[in-house]
Design a protein around this ligand. Structure first.
Ligand SMILES: NC(=O)c1ccc[n+]([C@@H]2O[C@H](COP(=O)([O-])OP(=O)(O)OC[C@H]3O[C@@H](n4cnc5c(N)ncnc54)[C@H](O)[C@@H]3O)[C@@H](O)[C@H]2O)c1
Length: 271
């Protein structure tokens, strides 16, 4: 075991990571597994979830995969039941699943009513459903860690993307409310606010932006890189960066941290 793995030790812990079939969630799952946790990979895309669970297993970790739609409370109940049945318990829940809007949102210059509804169903109610589904189990055990993936967009409204930024502000706020509610049971609830990562979500954001501005010269990646100018450290973040923060917040080293929102964004937000 490396020194880094020893520093954040999740051996013997079981984690559920929603939306971990791709992107940031996949990176979080890998990092938690490296720190010793058994990880339940939950995603609406079951094939992607199984593929990530296979990656973890081929690296020598214990992992299972299941399908979940976090917008549906029956589905999050089943997810928790399945994780407990297959891995024995749940110590850590990472609410990572998120979307930019309803199908076709990249075609629209401003959020439609359907976009507002969809981001609240998944980015906000998804956190509520999954947290409520696991809360009694954690309460019975007198411990637990919940980490919600919010966004820098939740810190400052995004023009043309208000539905998304408002949903992420709500994710930060519901983190605080649940932190109060679950503190008597020694359950910590925190959020992480990633800055910009070159995942499927940002591929879509770049495509939308280029379409809106009529820019047929630049590539999506070039538009993404223009954003580096507003980041003090001048670079993008990676799923591993987010995974490192989540692993810390999910560990006993963070036992006295709750209700916080941690920016992982190269200094783009300093509050
Ligand atoms: N990429 C960024 O720059 C960035 C920045 C800040 C915050 N975030 C947030 O990080 C999280 C992960 O984003 P990403 O960039 O990895 O996006 P992504 O699109 O690559 O991955 C999202 C994952 O969530 C899954 N998912 C979608 N709807 C679901 C549902 N209803 N139930 C279960 N799973 C569902 C998808 O299948 C996919 O595997 C999101 O909450 C996003 O808002 C991303």
């Amino acid at each position: 075991m490396t020194t880094e793995q020893k520093y954040i030790d999740l051996a013997g812990k079981v984690a559920i990571v929603t939306g971990s079939g791709n992107g940031i969630g996949r990176g979080i799952a890998h990092r938690l597994a490296q720190a010793g946790a058994d990880v339940f990979i939950a995603d609406i895309d079951l094939a992607a979830a199984k593929s990530v669970a296979d990656e973890l297993k081929s690296n020598g970790h214990r992992s299972e995969a299941g399908k979940v739609d976090v917008a549906d409370t029956d589905s999050t109940e089943s997810m928790v039941y399945e994780a407990i049945s297959k891995l024995g318990k749940v110590d850590i829940l990472v609410n990572n699943a998120g979307v930019g809007g309803a199908p076709g949102w990249t075609e629209r210059t401003a959020g439609s009513v359907e976009d507002w509804m969809k981001v609240f169903e998944i980015n906000v109610l998804g956190i509520v459903h999954a947290s409520k589904s696991v809360a009694q189990h954690m309460i019975d055990r007198g411990s637990g860690k919940i980490v919600n993936i919010a966004s820098g967009a939740g810190r400052r409204g995004s023009p043309g993307f208000a539905h998304y930024s408002t949903s992420k502000a709500s994710a930060i706020n519901v983190t605080q409310a649940f932190a109060y509610e679950l503190a008597p049971h020694k359950i910590n609830v925190n959020s992480v606010c990633p800055g910009i990562l070159w995942t499927n979500l940002w591929h879509d954001i770049s495509d939308r932006r280029l379409r809106m501005t009529g820019d047929s010269e630049s590539s999506g990646r070039e538009y993404f890189e223009q954003r580096f100018d507003s980041i003090p450290l001048g670079r993008e973040q990676t799923p591993e960066d987010i995974g490192n923060a989540v692993a810390f917040l999910a560990s006993d080293r963070a036992r006295n941290i709750t209700g916080q929102a941690l920016n992982i964004d190269g200094g783009a937000m300093m509050n």
